[in-house]
Design a protein around this ligand. Sequence first.
Ligand SMILES: [Zn+2]
Ligand SMILES: [Zn+2]
Length: 754
Amino acid sequence: MPTDGNQAYAGEVQPTGVPTKSSAPTDLPYLPPSSSRKSLKRKGTSLVKPSAKKRFTGRPSGHVLPSFDEVVQAIQDADPGLDVGLVHTAASLHVGNRDIVLSKDTSPEDDPRPEPIGHPAVWATSRCHLCSTLPYFQSYKSGIYSNGTAVYGFMFDGENMPRDYVGADALIFRAGGGWTEDENGVRTRNEDQTLNPGIIAVQLAVQEQTPIVIISGRLTSKMQSKMKYLYSVLGWFKPTHVFAEKANGKKVFRYRLERMFTEEQSWWAPTGRDPEPPLGSQPAPIEKTCAVCEKVSQQIYVQGWMCSNIDCTSAFDVPAGQNPDDLILDPRFLLQKTEWLHSTTPEPLVPNLPSAGSKSVAHITRNASRGVVCRGCGCCIPRKLWKGWECSHCGWEYSIPPQVIPLGDVQDDNQFHEDDGGYARSYSKCTDSVISREFSLQYNYRVATYHINGLSGCFVSHLIANRKVREEPNGPNDMFAQLQEQDIGLRRHTISDKKGEGESLPNHFSANFGMPYKYVIATKNEPFSDDYGIINQARSRLTWAAHQAVPKNEGFTEFNEILACGYFETQKMKYHSDGEDDLGPTVATLSLGAPATMKFRMKSNHFYGATKAAEKAVQSEPKPGCLNYEARKQAWDEIQHLSKKNQGEQMSSWTKTLGLGKSQAKSTAKRESHSAVLQLTLRHGDIVIMHGGAIQHYYEHEVVPDGFRFALTARTIDPKTINSGDLPVESVKPDHIKYDGSYLLAPPGGDIST
Ligand SMILES: [Zn+2]
Ligand SMILES: [Zn+2]
């Protein structure tokens, strides 16, 4: 099922997965007040690196971290001339920034970190909520939100990399991309990282002084305080450095960012610890010119200066005798304060609420389907309800007053050029080699029926309504208005709820009536009742249409289920099928409002002949239009006399011999041939009937509306296929309206013989 897609380029920045083993240390480095630091004895506070860290290279498990005193000693050994205050600051920052690795199963209560001193202004309990709410972070998969030239936000979660730093005011972390994984799941870099669009965007943000928002997941290992929520917005940061280092001898890119608005302490500073020294409190960073590239770089680690110019071949030449994992950040670099020409942000951290403004359609725009930040508690509230937003944490509510949108605002002009008595035009197209097309005039509909080669008895029938149908009392025009006036309980129902990233939501709103419908999304179920007269009208109309379309000898069982879908502007339904086994063979949909494009294509596994993941040959007869049809059909026919077991053995070699599976279909031409074979333009009042289970088995369809739209889809669901606990309390009432479209006077010449 669809979720809101990424709107911009999203390259990877950090792995957002988290280790599965729980080995959180409980002994946290506590830094006593600075006055007592010199006499500090901290023998017992070393943290044992959790074994989960072996996922990353160069981090042996069971490695005992040096104590505070050992860190002090190491710094003094590396640079005996260093000021003692600086040595202690460096050691404190180093010891205070160690990893606390939690597992996904670690509850916030079991999180050993101290509470933060404050509370995030914006937070979320799901990635979907976060990304659908915040304009500066709409990246559903990766840790960077960028369009390739502008970077808006970063998110980190899970384990940080060696030498990363997550402090109160300064951050250092590594650019993503370019990883490979060996057979043990250890991530390494086999070649130099190259500039990717995300890194280029950060470079540009450094040059052009554009702030970036940083978001932390609950399990960021370098975060020193407890993150109460799955995702918390830290705030606005200045990107200041993009520099080069090496891992396994291969170049990697790293970033430094510093917090804006440091007059207030950062909310995530841990309680019970001294605040970190503020930005700008240290001497200026050491700068040297590289003998190789002749560029100036700042000294990043106390162990000594290295070139950090991203183009230099001698970048990150670690001083002799030093292990890169033991490098200690230099406070003069880390805590420097970068002056910008401005201290403003491009957007508010808490986005403005969408408002009605002067537009009558404000309540159904793309903005209206996005989430809002709760003004009561700061959480990201997704747009779940048709009527508006409601915070499930504190009860705060918001809505944009709806206005009934007239049809003329959502339809193209052609609509009104039609003659009152004429048959409407078809805008649909199909691939002739796969689809045969048949046309008739029935009552007031131009009916285009599409037969799919090889799927005998199956068809897609498109009943194109004319003006007379649309204007009929209780017809499409009335329904479109009523659906806006009455809240029939449309909402976005949860698709999935994963521990790591919370619930995700579909793109559109839905409500179900009659028998429960478990495909695509489980929805709450309402009975057919007089409270929802419009649903009864739609069911009756679709039942009448199906009676016309389905051959009499097959019989048609009255629809007992209606799924109502509502689409705001820019919402859509991605490729899916409607399920096969326990549904009746006939599915009918009534379109209301803006036109939509409905496309059919063969499912990927049938087109390529193999399952997506394992690339095993599919156990279904190949159908015309699939890749390599002739050879596959012949091979299929040849094994039909064999037992199921022997068939399976024969088929196991097909992936190779017949070139099945997507990976075999390398050429662009082959990939492009996996495209839609039928494209219907569904306009207000049109009905589409899909008949035959094989359509759902072999084909999938998508619907992309051109604006504000409703769709009412009717099915016949066999009660025997529903778990008794899920059955409606009262059995589904029969259709009592008995709609009959033949009473509408058809234009002359219509074929009403059926
Ligand atoms: Zn250099
Ligand atoms: Zn709230």
